[in-house]
Design a protein around this ligand. Structure first.
Ligand SMILES: NC(=O)c1ccc[n+]([C@@H]2O[C@H](COP(=O)([O-])OP(=O)(O)OC[C@H]3O[C@@H](n4cnc5c(N)ncnc54)[C@H](OP(=O)(O)O)[C@@H]3O)[C@@H](O)[C@H]2O)c1
Length: 290
């Protein structure tokens, strides 16, 4: 299979995340990185040492797409320039909701005029997060959604979990559900040879956790989780097919820039299947992203 040649424009946090996602993929190739003249020669992480770095995408030859990872205010101009040169683009700029639509329309008009494809808002937020929320609303059309960013960490419960035999380290995040009850997510790093189930049972039967919904999740390293983790809980409740009290939860703790990079790389796969114009993720078949 011929790898699709992608350029990254802007090599900050998101640009580097896109680069890592491309290098780890089996079907994409990093054609080069487009940087400002004054950072062109700046040191790069070792994995990108052999990648061409240029000051304009046109220096990279034939490209299948460019992933725009510039500060928000510069994205529209860069997108216009690339589309004028018939290069398909992916962008994920985090505009406020009001400005987002206008930005997407501007890119759409240019993409249609030039006969080129674009995927817009292809990150975590804007991006896949909205898809999860839409999917939940399909399941429970009559109801409500609550999204909790960074659920609070409970020191008390964290210390209790750390004292359980078999656990090397733990972190307990908690949030109040729509019914006012506390829900807890306990991330545990086990000692070598320890089993999750007895440790999880011991946590749930600890008086501090009794009578509250507690989910125990194993992780490789609690320290890494604390350093990189962006916590999120999306909760949807409501009525489906005449039945009340349906409830769905999405719980995640992750590096949202890494996820945005992964989504931009996925969006680049979908480009050849699209007609000219700009598409947010909810207008792209899921299968085209894989
Ligand atoms: N949708 C999502 O989930 C999501 C997540 C994260 C970020 N984003 C979006 O991604 C974009 C980039 O975010 P980021 O966190 O990667 O930003 P960043 O770390 O500041 O990187 C931006 C890069 O753009 C380049 N650049 C070009 N002209 C610049 C200028 N005048 N000032 C500063 N940088 C300039 C620089 O790279 P060079 O030195 O290589 O030129 C810089 O490192 C933003 O639009 C942000 O909203 C979206």
């Amino acid at each position: 299979m011929k790898r699709r040649r992608l350029a990254i424009v802007g090599f900050g946090r998101l640009g580097q995340a896109c680069g890592s996602a491309i290098l780890e993929s089996d079907d994409l190739a990093l054609a080069g990185i487009v940087r400002r003249p004054d950072t062109l020669l700046s040191p790069r992480p070792a994995q990108f040492a052999d990648v061409s770095t240029v000051s304009h995408a046109s220096e990279l030859g034939e490209l299948d797409a460019a992933l725009i990872c510039l500060p928000t205010a510069l994205v529209c101009e860069a997108a216009t320039d690339l589309l004028q040169h018939h290069t398909p683009i992916v962008e994920a700029a985090a505009f406020d909701i009001g400005l987002r639509e206008t930005h997407w329309h501007t890119i759409d008009r240019m993409a249609v005029r030039r006969g080129v494809q674009a995927v817009v808002g292809a990150g975590w937020d804007p991006g896949i997060r909205g898809l999860f929320e839409e999917l939940f609303a399909v399941l429970c059309p009559k109801g409500g959604t609550a999204t909790h960013d960074r659920p609070g960490v409970s020191l008390h419960h964290t210390l209790a979990a750390r004292a359980i035999p078999g656990i090397r380290d733990a972190l307990c995040a908690e949030f109040k559900g729509v019914d006012g009850s506390a829900r807890r997510y306990v991330y545990v790093e086990l000692l070598p040879g320890a089993d999750l189930e007895p440790a999880a049972r011991a946590i749930r039967s600890d008086p501090l956790f009794l009578n509250e919904e507690t989910v125990v999740l194993p992780v490789d390293s609690v320290a890494t989780l604390e350093e990189e983790g962006h916590g999120l809980v999306i909760e949807r409740w409501g009525r489906a097919s005449g039945k009340d009290h349906q409830r769905f939860l999405l719980e995640g703790r992750f590096d949202h820039v890494a996820i945005a990079g992964q989504v931009m790389a996925a969006a680049a796969r979908a480009l050849p299947l699209l007609r000219a114009g700009a598409y947010p993720l909810n207008r792209i078949p899921l299968a085209a992203l894989r």
